[in-house]
Design a protein around this ligand. Structure first.
Ligand code: GDP
Ligand code: IMO
Ligand code: MG
Length: 428
């Protein structure tokens, strides 16, 4: 089983980090191929809780080679902080490899992210403010700075000066902010040269050789299907491809090499930031999900919006990614509810939609068509086999499986490493 992808089926925070950790030592390489430190993955190992943003969660597994691919945007200050924090807790980070072609997030990207959001007022996206969108915009505009530029000071200077010539006009004249000094940006980037030296390489070649040698490579997406720049709820999305296709462009491995595509999906739905969310709840059930599920963002600490499971979204994710397996997380959070509604279709101005409507206004106006399932009151966190789950929980899973477009191979019944029910081997 050489190459496996893990992505999110919903709007992020499905438990991708946790799913990566589940595969643990059976994987040789873990590759981040999109996004940057807008991601937030929480992994609980025994008494230890790790919150990772930029680094792939696979860094926690001894022996794994973590890789930051060319599709990632890297804030070097954050990279240094995360590496230092992990080292001080005894995690070996020496194997990390970073693509020479990955773009960097600089001070002007962070500033522009914040000021453009403020400028948008009530039309704002609710970004994480980490400079992600502006860094990707520069990449597409062909005025970005890549990691390899840091190793050639004169090229770096030319590129930073060229970028700032335009950006400073925008910052000063439109946003009424002070101009950013090229010298400061350059000095900041150069200060990471020594840290980067041993890590930077041609990660595409590294992964090609890994595949040739029959190593197992795991791709770990940041964000998720509904936040994907092409397939998500645009413009309320992130600025990269979190779906399966992104793994190829963001790493340099050809698409046919992906054998297994795993989408992590919560047993209900959450979303951070603005944008449409048909099953969103504003009542005590929403409160239940938020409180019991501890639904606060790992990156920004913002409360996550909560709602019921949305099967059209699951089917959409299955189709867009070519999902072979779902990992259903946080089933334990539903314990104690009398009935559990599941959205099976949408009603848009009296017309039933079984699939995601193509028109954004239709999705904004979509009213969920619910089917109700009986709940269970038992604590399920100790279950390790499907048969150990209450009958109603089993039926809930089987119903989701029937309507979601792929099999549900593992079920999270608690945040800890071993709190999982495995029905089908994710690598076998
Ligand atoms: P990611 O961004 O997809 O990696 O997910 P996050 O780490 O941002 O959010 C998922 C949260 O759910 C984390 O706090 C996990 O510890 C927690 N979690 C994951 N799986 C389960 C589960 O099955 N049950 C419970 N109760 N919590 C879980
Ligand atoms: P993980 O990997 C949840 C959301 C932000 C905002 C939108 C754009 O932990 O699942 P950005 O800063 O990326 O330009 O913000 O995307 N967002 C996430 N929501 N989980 C994430 O990552 C997210 N990364 C970005 O809240 O609505
Ligand atoms: Mg997260």
């Amino acid at each position: 089983m050489p190459a496996v992808l893990i992505t999110g089926a919903q709007w992020g925070d499905e438990g991708k980090g946790r799913a990566t950790d589940l595969l643990g030592s059976r994987v040789d390489y873990v590759v981040k191929f999109n996004g940057g430190n807008n991601a937030g993955h929480t992994v609980v190992v025994g008494e230890e809780k790790y919150a990772l943003h930029l680094l792939p969660s696979g860094i926690l597994t001894p022996g794994v080679v973590p890789v930051i691919g060319n599709g990632v945007v890297v804030d070097l200050g954050v990279l240094q902080q995360e590496l230092d924090a992990l080292s001080s807790r005894g995690v070996d980070v020496s194997r990390l490899r970073v693509s020479a072609n990955a773009h960097v997030i600089t001070a002007y990207h962070r500033t522009l992210d914040k000021v453009t959001e403020r400028f948008l007022g009530k039309r704002q996206i609710g970004t994480t403010g980490r400079g992600i969108g502006p860094a990707y915009a520069d990449k597409i505009n062909r005025v970005g700075i890549r990691i390899q530029d840091i190793f050639d000071e004169s090229i770096l200077r030319q590129k930073v000066e060229a970028a700032l010539e335009f950006k400073n006009q925008v910052l000063v004249k439109i946003y009424n902010r002070r101009a950013i000094e090229a010298d400061e940006v350059i000095a900041d980037l150069l200060s990471f040269r020594e840290m980067l030296e041993p890590m930077v390489c041609d990660t595409g070649l590294l992964l090609h050789r890994a595949m040739r040698d029959d190593r197992t490579v795991l791709f770990e997406a940041g964000q998720a299907t509904m936040l994907d720049i092409d397939h998500g709820t645009y413009p309320f999305v992130t600025s990269s491809n979190a779906t399966a296709g992104g793994a190829s462009t963001g790493s340099g491995l050809p698409p046919h090499q992906l054998d297994r595509i795993i989408a992590v999906i919560k047993a209900y739905t959450t979303r951070v930031g603005a944008g449409p969310f048909p099953t969103e709840l504003f009542d005590e059930n929403g409160e239940h999900l938020a409180q019991v599920g501890h639904e606060y963002g790992t990156t920004t600490g913002r409360p996550r919006r909560c709602g019921w499971y949305d099967a059209p979204i699951a089917r959409y994710a299955a189709r867009i990614n070519g999902v072979t397996d779902f990992v259903l997380t946080k089933l334990d959070v539903l314990s104690g509810l009398d009935t559990i509604p599941v959205c099976v279709a949408y009603d848009v101005n009296g017309v039933r939609h079984d699939e995601m409507p193509v028109n954004q206004s239709d999705f904004h106006h979509a009213k969920p068509v619910y089917e109700e399932f009986p709940g269970w009151s038992e604590d399920i966190s100790g279950a390790r086999r499907f048969e150990e789950l209450p009958k109603n929980a089993q039926d809930y899973i089987l119903a989701l499986e029937a309507m979601s477009g792929s099999r549900i191979s593992a079920i999270g019944v608690g945040p800890e490493r071993e709190q999982v029910v495995v029905r089908h081997d994710l690598l076998g």
